[in-house]
Design a protein around this ligand. Sequence first.
Ligand SMILES: N[C@@H](CCC(=O)N[C@@H](CS)C(=O)NCC(=O)O)C(=O)O
Length: 247
Amino acid sequence: MTPDDLVLVGEGFSPWTEKARWALEHHRLAYRYEEYTPLVGEPWLRIRANRPSGPISVPFLFAGDGRTVGDSFAIAREADRRGDRPALVPAELLDEITTWNERSERLMRAGRAQILARTEERKDVQIESLPPHLPRALRGVLAPTVRVATAYLRKKYAVRPVSDEELEAELAPIRAAIAGDETRPLLGRFTLADVAIATALQAVRPHATEPAGLRPAQREAWARPALAARWEDVLAWRDAMLERRAA
Ligand SMILES: N[C@@H](CCC(=O)N[C@@H](CS)C(=O)NCC(=O)O)C(=O)O
């Protein structure tokens, strides 16, 4: 590994991972991506990260110079440090971006609460949650074991259900910032605020194709159709941001 080599460990269905990937790609930083399996992947992640105890989550970035970064916001700042494209977190906007990032965390956490509940209820989502290289018949047999991981994640992240009404309070400032212009960055110029909120809107309704690691039953399980119907303008803004990412 050379000092510039980057390895990102993440979950293909996760908005936090998507946010980190977008930040690295914004700066056109090459990285190797490794898929992480909740619960069973954690001991190996801790060993590699030299963090035997305390909080640890993915996305997690390993750099060839020995740096390790374990939070999507911090990964974006690391991308700013290494890249030379316009900063995602310019110093003069740090406070405002932090506020938007916290809002995105609340949206993503609400999404986690819903997907864990749906995973516990639905066998098709359980099957999709198992490593895809396992034969489908075996995934069918193993499906109920996914509940061990959901119980673990519930405890680890003190998960609580979040109502549609509670989420509307997070969505209203997004609508206000866009002010009817679906291509307008939240702070008037493209920053991590846009990346964080665009990825977090997965908790209202996932984008049609992103994140690519989100499988069909999972995609449906993330969605809140009644809520989404009231926030189509905000979702259209998200789609426009993703088009910009792909361009
Ligand atoms: N604030 C963190 C939150 C990351 C997070 O919650 N990651 C979850 C995604 S569901 C995770 O790692 N879950 C798997 C695990 O904890 O084993 C960030 O921005 O990266």
